[in-house]
Design a binder for this molecule. Structure first.
Ligand code: ATR
Length: 289
């Protein structure tokens, strides 16, 4: 009995974090946070749990009431996490999605969204793609797009166009952000002869190997492509970028690590180095393919 009580005390001394999602089996988040913890000398535990949308509120409640300190939420739970949080940051409110929940000293939860800043940091710091003054196209007008628009507009691009299969959604989404910068929404057919210096794929099409219908010549000379999705193999859009002579054609592995670093900073107050973790994950997937 005494030993068990002692073990429980030690367990509670280790701060616990987790990622919830569906599916969750292939999530790299536990690995990334473990690497951050080792690198910064922080003692913590980070696990993953498969949680269906209808279980989310109860599972989060259980996690926090049993001493959990912070949660990452991924597909399809980000909007539910936004509704669940007691308080939300401005960037979470704008994206109507939360990927990071942090337990506060008063027992309430703060919801933040670090996806957009993760993307922008990866583009600017890791790939030297400056966003100010350039022409940017985002493909897709779902949750993933919504999460990245405000941080991109903060960089003052020349134009930001959101193109979507369902045109109405792109127009409505762009309207929501029109007071934050030069943004318009349209359908893929409406792109005409326009050219962009950076094309971001925020559709879920890439995951199933499909590509939105992009007009030829849409990528400007020396332009780059970025797929928010990532995989062990190049995604369909990364391949499209390479075939269309993109200066850089990248997937979202760097964004994943950068959004995790932001979450780690929110929870621990320490900023881990991302470059060694990105390099390690990249070399591991190269070894696998
Ligand atoms: P997420 O949270 O990943 O953004 P979502 O909110 O369901 O998921 O949005 C998915 C996005 O991918 C939408 O913009 C969707 O287009 P529609 O709004 O027209 O549905 C886009 N998408 C999914 N499959 C696609 C495909 N095969 N071709 C083009 N766009 C696709």
């Amino acid at each position: 009995m005494g030993i068990m009580a002692g073990e429980k005390t030690i367990m509670n001394l280790i701060d616990r974090y987790a990622v919830f999602g569906l599916p969750i089996k292939h999530s790299k988040s536990p690995r990334i946070h473990q690497l951050f913890a080792e690198q910064t000398g922080q003692t913590l535990e980070y696990s993953s749990a498969e949680v269906a949308p209808e279980q989310f509120a109860a599972a989060a409640e259980m996690f926090f009431s049993h001493g959990g300190k912070g949660l990452n939420c991924t597909v399809p739970l980000k909007e539910l996490a936004w509704r669940y949080a007691d308080h939300t940051t401005e960037r979470a409110q704008l994206s109507k999605a939360v990927n990071t929940l942090a337990l506060q000293a008063d027992g309430t939860t703060l919801g933040d969204n670090t996806d957009g800043i993760g993307l922008v940091t990866d583009l600017i710091s890791n790939h030297s793609i400056a966003l100010s003054g350039i022409r940017i196209l985002i493909m897709g007008a779902g949750g993933a797009s919504r999460g990245i628009i405000a941080p991109i507009l903060e960089q003052s691009p020349q134009t930001l166009v959101v193109a979507n299969r369902t045109v109405d959604k792109a127009v409505k989404l762009a309207d929501e952000f029109h007071n934050k910068g030069a943004i318009t929404g349209c359908g893929f057919d409406d792109l005409g002869n326009r050219q962009f210096d950076l094309i971001l794929n925020a559709t879920s099409a890439s995951l199933s190997g499909c590509l939105p219908p992009l007009p030829s010549g849409v990528l400007a000379e020396n332009g780059s492509c970025y797929d928010l999705a990532y995989g062990n193999e190049p995604t369909a859009f990364v391949r499209w970028g390479l075939e269309n002579h993109a200066a850089k054609s990248l997937d979202g592995l760097g964004m994943l690590v950068e959004q995790a670093a932001e979450a780690f900073f929110i929870w621990r107050g320490v900023r881990p180095l991302t470059q060694p973790v990105i390099e390690l994950l990249n070399s591991e997937r190269q070894a696998r393919s």
